[in-house]
Design a binder for this molecule. Structure first.
Ligand code: UD1
Ligand code: UDP
Length: 439
């Protein structure tokens, strides 16, 4: 693997990879900034004004519900719990019951509040309504100074909306990603735009994301922090990693070239998934040394299609969803990645793994520009053609297999914590932006 300065080394930079939460420690150190600076920023938010004047501690409630939100919020929760001046609370909707619990277990997080909303084959309306009602009930009892939501799921939008109804400030983590196509990804593009309309603080992974928000008229509260997923990778990926899940233990060490596959997006249900799965079958026939590992998302629409079309092929290993640390280390050992996931488009480039994106559009163009990610779409022939180039042409592979981190430097959580303290008047200085550009 080629390395660059900002490459994620296959080691953990200190700390326990599976940190264990304990009961809440509400003792925090003294505040850092003057009342004058605190009052000036708090005055933008009248309903919080009185409380902020007196505050020496900010109570911050992280709200999340799905696997990717949990993976990306886990290092932030850990950072905020260890930040003097912050009292961190964790509320989960459990939009993803099983996959969320896996992440909570991996990172040793015990939520303070669990809305337990998941239903089999849930609809977008069900998730939104149940999350909203659950949050409403919770926020009638708890009144944190700030609520943090992440990304673009239905939990994200409902969490932000509920906070707004209760006049609680909202920080949006992973803000400013856009395709400007209402239905791709669906419903995420609209979820993140509606969340941006509500949010007071916008924690953008990249300068491009911040630029998107500014063009939409957002003029305050924007911080370019890097993506917390890179912080998470630093907790999970290590050179001597031993897989925890039985199927991976049975498969490793992997002979031949290992291709990691994931596909779950709603807009790919039906024809999109059929195109993707036909391409996998064709690639398997074409290349005798290929082995595909596909941890199948538990959504019935995905599972039924995957097992029906791929269940009978020996070199395509359909397995249950993996714990995040297994997944990240498997990615690090793969030859390349085929995915429609958002998170994998950020993680694989950091690990020096080429990615073919099984979508027509992406809100993450930075790695495409860096040359490690290519858009393959969902048509069988296009996917086979691009994958064949990677498999046949060593130069193409080498160009794509360079490690780049356009999405972060592992310090996103520290920047977000600093921004929260700055905004609440407990710190005099804002964080310096990720990438060195204007924030
Ligand atoms: C959700 C998010 C999507 C995100 C994805 C990450 C929305 C609308 N979509 O989509 O943005 O990319 O999560 O994976 O918020 N299920 C289980 N166990 C689980 C999780 C899901 O059985 O742990 C099944 C349930 O039957 C559930 C179905 O999967 O009804 C779909 O879950 P849902 O959260 O509605 O949609 P995702 O496709 O997972
Ligand atoms: N992931 C995981 N186990 C799996 C598949 C994915 O831990 O079996 C991780 C993956 O590494 C990334 C996140 O889940 O951190 C991405 O989640 P997903 O693809 O479900 O959602 P998206 O990022 O597309 O919203």
């Amino acid at each position: 693997m080629k390395t660059e300065d900002n490459h994620i080394a296959m080691q953990r930079p200190g700390g326990d990879p599976r940190p264990h939460a304990t009961a809440h420690d509400t003792s925090h150190a003294e505040p850092h900034a003057s009342h004058a600076s605190r009052a000036s920023r708090a005055s933008h938010h009248p309903q919080r004004h009185a409380a902020s004047h007196a505050a020496t501690t900010q109570s911050v409630m992280l709200v999340f519900g799905t696997r990717p939100e949990a993976i990306k919020m886990a290092p932030l929760y850990s950072t905020l719990r260890n930040t003097p001046g912050v009292r961190a609370l964790c509320a989960v909707t459990a939009q993803h019951r099983g996959m969320l619990d896996d992440v909570l277990d991996t990172f040793g997080i015990r939520p303070d509040f669990d809305l337990d909303i998941m239903e089999t084959n849930q609809s977008l309306s069900t998730i939104t309504v149940k999350s909203l009602l659950g949050m409403d009930n919770l926020l009638s009892r708890e009144a944190p100074d700030l609520i943090l939501v992440h990304g673009d799921t239905s939990t994200t939008f409902a969490g932000a909306l509920s906070a707004f109804y209760h006049k609680i400030r909202v920080g949006h983590v992973e803000a400013g990603l856009r395709t400007y196509d209402k239905y791709a990804p669906y419903p995420e593009e609209i979820n993140r735009k509606m969340t941006a309309a509500i949010a007071d603080l916008h924690f953008c992974p990249t300068a491009r994301n911040a630029g998107n928000l500014r063009r939409e008229g957002v003029s305050a509260g924007i911080y370019v922090t890097g993506n917390t997923v890179i912080d998470a990778l630093r907790m999970t990926v290590k050179p001597d990693y031993v897989f925890r899940s039985e199927p991976l233990r049975a498969l490793s060490p992997f002979g031949g070239r290992l291709v990691l596959v994931t596909a779950h997006r709603r807009e790919n249900y039906g024809a999109g998934l059929r195109g993707i799965f036909s391409a996998l079958r064709a690639l398997c026939e074409k290349y005798a040394d290929l082995r595909f590992v596909y941890p199948v998302h538990p959504s019935p629409a995905v599972r039924e299609a995957a097992y029906a079309m791929l269940g009978d092929i020996p070199r395509i290993h359909l397995i249950d969803p993996l714990p995040a640390d297994d997944m990240h280390n498997l990615m690090a050992q793969s030859y390349f990645v085929l995915t429609d996931s958002g998170g994998l488009q950020e993680e694989a480039p950091a690990l020096g793994r080429p990615v073919l994106v099984l979508r027509r559009e992406t809100e993450r163009p930075e790695a495409v520009e860096a040359g490690t990610v290519r858009m393959a779409g969902v048509d069988k022939d296009d996917i086979v053609a691009l994958a064949s180039q990677l498999l046949d042409d060593a130069e193409v592979y080498e160009r794509m297999a360079k490690a780049v981190n356009p999405y972060g430097d592992g310090q996103a959580c520290a920047r977000i914590a600093q921004a929260i303290l700055f905004e609440s008047g407990l710190l005099a200085q804002p964080p310096s932006p990720f990438g060195g550009g204007p924030s």
